[in-house]
Design a protein around this ligand. Sequence first.
Ligand code: BQZ
Ligand code: CA
Length: 666
Amino acid sequence: RADDVTSGLKPAEPVPVGKSLQKGDRTQIEYDKLMQWKALPSYSEPAWVTDLVTAGKLPPIKDRLPPVPLVVDTASVEGTGVYGGVLRHVSGARPQGWNWMAGNVMAWGGVEEIVDQCLVRVGPIWMLKGEKSEPLPQLAKSWEWSADGHALTMHLIEGAKWSDGQPFSADDVMFMWDDNISDPKVPAWGRPDAFGVGTTLEKVDDNTVRWHFKDAFPAATLYQMGYQKLCPGPAHILKPLHPKYNKDATYDSYINALKPEKTPWVSMGPWTVTDYKPDQIMVMRRNPYFYEVDEKGNQLPYLDEIQYKLSTWEDRTIQTVAGSADYANMEDPSIYLESLKQAQKPDFPNKIIWGARALDWKIDLNLSDVCGVNSDRDKAMRELNRNVDFRRIMTQVVDREALGQSLVRGPFITPYAGGMHQETDFGKPEMVVYYPYDIEGAKAALAKMGFKDTDGDGIVNWPAGGPLAGKNLDINLLYTTLYTTDQNIAQSLVTMFREAGVNLVLQPNSAEVLPVVQSCGWDWWLHRDDKTFQAPVLNLEQLAPVAWGAPYRHLGTSTTPQNLLPFEKDLLAIVAKVRTEPDPAKRSELFREYNKISTENIYSIGLIEVPGAIIVNKRFNNVPPGTPILSYAWGEEGSMRERFWVPTDLQGQVPELAPKTLPGIN
Ligand code: BQZ
Ligand code: CA
């Protein structure tokens, strides 16, 4: 079409590829060696814990562990550890409470990855080699498909206990599914349809649950059954607080029932929160009921204590680099160069492990015309966002090279077209449709769409005819102020879009941004996307509108489904194929096909792709070489902290804040 508004724009071109910063070995281990369920002849624990047993404060270890515990490998790293020691984390977020099934944030930074235990475990998949690179067991011990592939039976860990000594069972899992995930009034992390439309879950007996799927053999669904969608909380505490079981409760009282002050909190994880001082610190102590042991029968974790200083994300890197904290994801490009300078010093206390370009920043355009549309303006804005010509023009307004260099000079950042990452095991440049920077073309095309600056103030005005006729094109840009990078990018974008006559009105948010996103109270959302595109199989519901509660860029409501854009139908068809495709190589092919369509249609305005590193104090053994900052999970979980240990002579460097105590036991 000669009069196509975008015909004058620079056409797609090959996406720039960056040089990899990864180097060195990468841990590799077979699936069945990394962890296996096995009873061992005997079990051990720290001597001070045995003293508590002797004093009658705690049952003996054999009664605390399940009869068949999960035996975790240490041979692929530095080996059997010693007990004791502290890991000092820093978080830039704050805990809202402990009701994670109801969407409470527990401060991120690896807190949730300790407290939440899920049906399967995905974080360590990155280190699996060979044929079997699949979800690992966690609260589900094993699973098998029915002959017709429509049912998946999961055997739960038997005889395991919560950190307060109460039994874990299928009732915990059913409470999660029936009364949280399936209850639209509870803001759970996943919805039933995220696991395939029509999926149901049934209790078979105290240790067994069974999935029923509409599709036969939806193998990829298993990847979705880990963090953070299928992680049961303690039903024995939460059920009595839920409005379905308690006449005096409301949804609000249920969601907020477990204030962060309520410690010790009850978990199935290796440590649990025992102390919380607002804006200062959270302390976690070892969970004496944790169900993992090493090959010699030593109950894990090796470290007795985890500390979370409550500060800022930037401070996490600064403190770790300086040695006053122990772990950081180096994810803030504006301090990369300073950190690397410090790393040159001979007494630098850390290892730095670079990973792939796994971090990206993008703008999502709110594509929903059913959620949060409260005014004529909302309606017009959503229609505009849904117009592919408009998205195409907007994406070519962004000078990605300049944006990257403004954050950090050098070879770190590459332009990003949106969608999946090239530096993955399936990524290839061919899967990307990349529209380059073309400000002049963009301005001309916008004018062709009827957006002209009729009043000469530098901002284009909405065309005649619509409800916003004559008004300036003002677009709200939602973003978080918790990260320096997001703030810096937001500022740069204002300048870049101004150049095209588009007025970005900053909508900064210093609290959790997700509730705003989920209520659809935004036009554009600038963010780092860390859940979806490095291992897309984990979050299929974020790839296309499978269900009303996702993807965030195009939400429905519990009563009104999304109005699909034409290309979203193709995306949905691909996602459906992925779900039932057992062969990882074929799934990769489908992801590439998906990515081509989604970038061609500018499903998001991609900005930059950035490599990150994990920085971890040299005191720790068993940090797996090559641990990625973000792969199937963030580095905190990918590195398997329950195996970390500190040699005895180095333990004194960082004293424990609550020595010789256990959750609820002094
Ligand atoms: C890593 C991570 C561990 C969430 C959060 C935070 C939230 C998102 C994301 C990251 C933080 C750290 O990321 O930045 O380095 O420690 O916690 O959970 O960005 O706002 O909603 O997905 O994980
Ligand atoms: Ca104007």
